[in-house]
Every structure is written in C-alpha cells, then in structure tokens.
Design a protein around this ligand. Structure first.
Ligand code: PAF
Length: 289
C-alpha cells in the first residue's frame, strides 16, 4: 500500500514517497527523526515531543526490524499496532510525518545485517546475551539515517547501550547528525516504559517495579560499597522473587560500557539490568554518580 493520510497525518510507506516529501520541505528547515518499532507509549511520545520542540519537521519511523531479534519467538510476539500508533501521534501533533516501510523496502537486497566494529561496546550486556542484536540495530538505524538525513535523531536512555552504539555508528560512518539521548519515562511503580510491558500480566507488571527499586538502592549504595558487593546484594534480592529471573546486573563505565574494575573520580558509571518476567525480557539502567 502506498502513502495515505489519516485525517491530517501523512503516512509514507516507500523510499520514493519519503524522498519526494523531503524534497518538498524546503531548504533551511530542521528535520528530526524518532526511530521506533511502534507499539508507542509515553516513552516514545516524550521523544516525539522533544523532536517537535526542536525541529521544523519531525518524522517518526515505525518499523519492526527483523534483524535485531536474535529470538524469532520474540519477533513474532512483538506488539503491532500501527493504527493505534498513528492515532497517538495524530493526537500529539498534526505536524508529525510517519514513515512506515515494509521489510522489502528496508531490505531490498535481502534481510541481513551489516557486520560493524563498535570497539567492544556491542560485546557486553545486551550484546553478550543477544547475539547479532547490535549489528541489526546498526543496520536499520544507518539505513533510516541515510534515507531521512535528519539534523537530529532521538533515542531513549532505557536502551542506553543502544544509544552509545548509535553514537559510535554515526562517528565511524561519518553520518552528519546529532544523536540525542532522552531520559527514561517510568510507570507509577518505577517500571521503565517499554512496548514489552503490554505482554506482562497485571501481577507481574506490579512485581517488576522491583527492578527500578533495586537500581535506586544500587545508586544509594554506590557511594560506600564496591561494585561486587552491590551486584551480589542485587542477585540475592532477586532470589526472593521467583517470578523474576535476573539475567544480569552490571556496573559499568558509561562511555566504554566496560565493567567497573576500580572507581575513578573523573568517570561516570551506570548500573544496568536485564530481567525475565515470565517470558518477557525487560531492561533498565540508572546513572550512579
Ligand atoms: O529502540 C528501538 O525501538 C529500536 O531498536 C530502533 C532504534 C527503532 C531500531 O529498530
């Protein structure tokens, strides 16, 4: 299906439509891109609002990228809600343009990822547990940045490792864009907003608030305790929550993402967690200093 409009919202489906629309925007106008995989929530809308406030035109891409899923079941279960997403964006602002391409449009040469060298940023945490994930993310983000050619692109800090990798991607590929990291938006119990939260039962969604509580306590402890003692404490705490399985807790240098060996005053550190709540995998992180 080609481009269509939902009330005032323009939904572009192909590279050709995108290019033709972009060329009609006129010179000297700023362009912001918010890449998403749809199933939009307040985390996404905060990115879109920031993009709207900083640019003349904002494009929101909605594309469930198959190459970043290491687990095919996770891809199958990923929530799809394009009509609902478009209505959410339409309520937010009549000025947003949606780019919702097909898999064939994004991967005309076949569904494979580029192999990148991200200097080890992709080898730890999510990279260690989700093989090939960041090559998939890099491939789709590079394609989107080259197609849209925005001045600024917006990413949430919930996926902090992804944010650092995208910053590295634009450096190594020399793509002229500002990558803007935006704060995590949380549910009332502290659970980081994620499209995956929709798949949690009400009881698990409530219990998963413990992830953020653990991160907050890790932050309090960071002033006086070693990384090892904080991580051991967190692992122990999760033993009291049999419905939640802690996959990892890592305290790492915010820039290199390498696990903390010895604290240095001039470095910034973060705690990162991945937790299975039933079959739903959740990630979160917090700045420690
Ligand atoms: O964070 C996401 O939703 C995705 O990883 C992204 C950046 C849209 C790439 O598919």
């Amino acid at each position: 299906m080609l481009a269509f409009s939902v009330k005032s919202m323009l939904v572009l489906k192909t590279e050709k439509e995108l290019k033709s629309h972009l060329s009609s925007l006129g010179d000297g106008k700023s362009l912001g891109l918010v890449p998403t995989m749809g199933a939009l929530h307040h985390g996404h809308t905060s990115l879109v609002q920031r993009a709207i406030s900083e640019n003349d035109t904002t494009i929101v891409s909605i594309f469930i990228n198959p190459t970043q899923f290491n687990n095919q079941e996770d891809l199958k279960k990923y929530p799809q809600s394009i009509t609902k997403d478009i209505h959410i964006l339409e309520k937010l602002s009549g000025k947003v343009i949606v780019f919702a391409p097909s898999v064939e449009e994004m991967y005309p040469q076949g569904v494979t990822s580029t192999a990148y060298r991200f200097d080890g940023l992709d080898k730890v945490m999510e990279g260690a547990f989700r093989e090939g994930h960041f090559d998939g993310v890099g491939t789709v983000v590079e394609t989107l940045l080259r197609l849209v050619n925005p001045h600024k692109a917006y990413f949430g800090e919930k996926d902090f490792q992804q944010l650092q990798i995208v910053k590295r991607l634009v450096q190594i590929k020399d793509i002229p864009v500002d990558i803007i990291g935006c704060p995590i938006v949380r549910e009332p119990n502290g659970l980081a907003m994620s499209s995956r939260n929709e798949r949690l039962s009400p009881a698990l969604r409530k219990e998963a608030g413990i992830i953020y509580k653990t991160l907050e306590t890790a932050k309090r402890k960071f002033g006086t305790e070693s990384a090892k003692s904080i991580m051991d404490w967190a692992k122990n705490k999760f033993k009291g929550h049999p419905n939640l399985e802690l996959e990892y807790i890592v305290i790492a240098d915010e820039k290199t993402l390498m696990p903390l060996k010895g604290k240095k005053d001039n470095k910034k550190y973060r705690a990162f967690m991945a937790v299975y709540a039933g079959t739903v995998r959740l990630i979160d992180n917090i700045a420690l200093n």
